[in-house]
Design a protein around this ligand. Structure first.
Ligand code: CA
Length: 220
C-alpha cells in the first residue's frame, strides 16, 4: 500500500491490460465494435468490467439491475459473472445503442439472463418498487445521465437487500468535480452526490479511483 494513488501513464495502463486482463472473446468483440462508435467513451473500461465481475462473485449476486446499458458491456460482464441463474434488469432509453447490445448478448448466449427495458429509468424503477421488489436486489450499477444519479441512487437503496452493493460510475468526471470553476449541471450533480454519499449513514462507502471514478456503496 502507498499513501497516494498512482496516476496511470499510457504505458502503465497497457501493462495493466497485458498482465491483469481476463477479458474473453465475447467481451473483446463487443468492446472492439463499440470502440468505433461515436459515443465509445460511454463504455466502461475492461479493467472496470473485470472488477465488477469479482465484486459480483464476492457478494454471491443473483439479481441485479443497471441504469444505463449503452452497447451492453457491463450487462454482459454481470451475466457471465453470475452464470445462467443470474438475472439482470437493464434500463436504457436508446434503441440504437441497445440493438448492438442485443446482438452481442445473443451471440454470447446470455440474452435469456437480461431483461432490457427501454423507457426513462425513473419510470422503470418506480414500476419495480410498485411491483413489490424492494429489498430484493443484490447489486446495482448506475452509469447514465448524471443529473438523474441522485434519483437512481435513492431507488437503488430501496430495491437493494441489506448487504447489497451499488456501484456508481464517473464520479470523478475526468477531474471536473474538483475544479471549482466547473459549474455544468452534470458536474454539479456529481459533486453534490459525492458529498451526500460520504455523509450517508445508510451505507458503507468507498470512492475507488478506477476508470473515471467508481463509488461503491454497501447498504447497511
Ligand atoms: Ca460511464
Amino acid at each position: 500500500m502507498s499513501r497516494e494513488t498512482l496516476g496511470l501513464s499510457a504505458d502503465l495502463l497497457a501493462y495493466v491490460h497485458k498482465v491483469g486482463m481476463r477479458e474473453d472473446e465475447d467481451l473483446r468483440r463487443l468492446r472492439e465494435e463499440t470502440a468505433s462508435h461515436p459515443m465509445a467513451q460511454m463504455q466502461i473500461s475492461p479493467e472496470q468490467g473485470q472488477f465488477m465481475t469479482l465484486l459480483l462473485e464476492l457478494i454471491g449476486a443473483r439479481k441485479t439491475f443497471e441504469v444505463g446499458t449503452f452497447t451492453g458491456y457491463s450487462a454482459m460482464c454481470m451475466a457471465k459473472a453470475m452464470g445462467p441463474a443470474g438475472r439482470i434488469v437493464a434500463l436504457d432509453v436508446s434503441e440504437e445503442y441497445t440493438s448492438i447490445a442485443r446482438r452481442h448478448w445473443a451471440k454470447a448466449g446470455v440474452s435469456q439472463q437480461i431483461d432490457l427495458r427501454l423507457k426513462p429509468a425513473a419510470e422503470s424503477l418506480a414500476a419495480m418498487v410498485a411491483a413489490g421488489e424492494e429489498g430484493t436486489y443484490d447489486f446495482v450499477f448506475i452509469d447514465a445521465d448524471k443529473t438523474g444519479y441522485d434519483t437512481y441512487y435513492e431507488y437503488a437503496l430501496k430495491l437493494l437487500r441489506a448487504g447489497g452493493l451499488i456501484a456508481i460510475d464517473n464520479v470523478l468526471w475526468s477531474g471536473r468535480v474538483a475544479d471549482a470553476a466547473e459549474k455544468s449541471d452534470d458536474t454539479v450533480a456529481l459533486r453534490n452526490l459525492n458529498a451526500k454519499i460520504v455523509a450517508d449513514q445508510r451505507i458503507t462507502m468507498c470512492l475507488v479511483p478506477v476508470g473515471d471514478g467508481l463509488t461503491l456503496a454497501r447498504k447497511r
